[in-house]
Design a protein. Structure first.
Length: 311
C-alpha cells in the first residue's frame, strides 16, 4: 500500500467527547480520496485513556487510524510523537475540541496547490453551548480565529497549528519539528512557524477551510481566558528574548508597548466595569495581553499544557 499523501493529526488529553467529534468529522471529508489519507491520534495522558475509543472509531473510518500513546506530558511532545508515526507528505492538524465541515481538508489542499504554500491556515469559529449567557460574545470571539477574513491568498504572517496544513518537506525537522522548551506554556507552533518564516517559508490563508471550536466548559470563564490572554501577550517579548542572538531591542520595544496597552486598556476596562458595559471583557483582554508583553519572563510564565493528571 502506498504511503498516504495527507496525515491528519489530532493531539488529545482526557477529552474523549471532543476527540470523538473531531475524529468523526475527518471521516466525513468530501472531495478528497480516502485512499490518500490517514488519521493519527496522539494521546498525551499518563495512561492510554483514549485507546479504547480510538479502537472503536477505527472500525468506522474510511482510512487507516493510528493510535499513539505519548505519556510524557507536553504539547510539543505530543505533536512530535504524532509526527514520528505520520507518513504523509502533508500534515493537517485538528484540535480535539474542533469539528471540521465536510469541505475543510479539500479547501486546505486547494489553497496549498494554488499558492505553492508551505503552510496553509484556516479560520476557527468559536461556539459556546446554549447555557453560556454572560460574556458570550467575548468568549466566542476569544476562541475564534478571524485571521485574514474572506481574502484568500499568500500572507506574510502565521497563526496557530490547529486548522493548518503543513508541507512536511518544508519543516526544519520532518519528524520532530516542535521545540520542547514550549511544552508547558504553549506557543510551540509560533516558534516553529516563526523560524520557518525567517528562512523564507510561504504561508497562505484559506477562508473556506474553517472549523468549529467547542471549548470545554471549564474554559468558558474570564478566569481562564484572561490568564490565557496574558500568556498570549508574553509571546512577542519571549520570542525576541530566545532569538539567537537575543533581540534585546525587540524585547524593550514590546515591553514598552505592553506598558502602554496595559495602562490605557486597564483604565478603560475599569470604567466599563463600573457602567456594566458589554465591551468590558474585550477591553480587559487587551489590557491582559499588554501586561503579558511586559511581564514575560520566568516567574510570570503560566503553564497551560503538560500537566499530569491529579492523583
Amino acid at each position: 500500500m502506498p504511503a498516504p499523501r495527507v496525515s491528519l493529526i489530532i493531539p488529545t488529553q482526557r477529552r474523549l467527547d471532543g476527540l470523538a467529534t473531531a475524529a468523526r468529522s475527518t471521516f466525513a471529508q468530501a472531495g478528497v480520496d480516502p485512499a490518500v489519507l490517514e488519521l493519527v491520534v496522539v494521546d498525551n495522558d499518563q495512561v492510554p485513556s483514549a485507546q479504547a475509543l480510538i479502537q472503536t472509531l477505527a472500525a468506522e473510518a474510511p482510512f487507516p487510524v493510528v493510535y499513539v500513546h505519548e505519556p510524557e506530558p507536553g504539547v510539543a511532545n505530543a505533536r512530535n510523537a504524532a509526527m514520528e508515526k505520520a507518513q504523509g507528505a502533508f500534515i493537517a492538524f485538528l484540535d480535539d475540541d474542533e469539528e471540521a465541515p465536510a469541505g475543510w481538508l479539500a479547501a486546505l489542499l486547494a489553497a496549498q496547490a494554488k499558492y505553492d504554500a508551505d503552510v496553509v491556515f484556516g479560520p476557527v469559529r468559536g461556539r459556546a453551548p446554549a447555557g453560556v449567557g454572560k460574556h458570550r460574545a467575548y468568549l466566542e470571539w476569544f476562541f475564534s480565529r478571524v485571521g485574514d477574513g474572506p481574502r484568500e491568498g499568500v500572507i506574510d504572517h502565521y497563526y496557530g497549528c490547529g486548522d493548518s496544513l503543513i508541507r512536511r518537506a518544508s519543516l526544519p525537522d520532518p519528524k520532530a519539528p516542535f521545540s520542547a522548551i514550549r511544552n508547558h506554556i504553549g506557543g510551540e507552533d509560533d516558534l516553529l512557524f516563526g523560524g520557518m518564516q525567517a528562512k523564507g517559508a510561504r504561508f497562505a490563508w484559506a477562508p473556506d477551510a474553517w472549523v468549529w471550536e467547542d471549548p470545554v466548559p471549564s474554559r468558558l470563564t474570564l478566569d481562564y481566558t484572561i490568564a490565557r490572554a496574558f500568556a498570549y501577550g508574553q509571546g512577542p517579548s519571549a520570542h525576541c528574548a530566545i532569538s539567537s542572538p537575543p533581540d534585546r531591542l525587540g524585547v524593550a520595544r514590546w515591553m514598552a508597548i505592553g506598558v502602554a496597552q496595559a495602562g490605557v486598556y486597564g483604565l478603560m476596562a475599569g470604567l466599563q466595569w463600573l457602567v456594566r458595559s458589554p465591551r468590558f471583557a474585550f477591553t480587559l483582554d487587551r489590557a491582559a495581553r499588554g501586561l503579558g508583553k511586559t511581564l514575560w519572563w520566568g516567574p510570570f510564565k503560566i503553564h497551560f499544557y503538560g500537566l499530569r493528571a491529579p492523583t
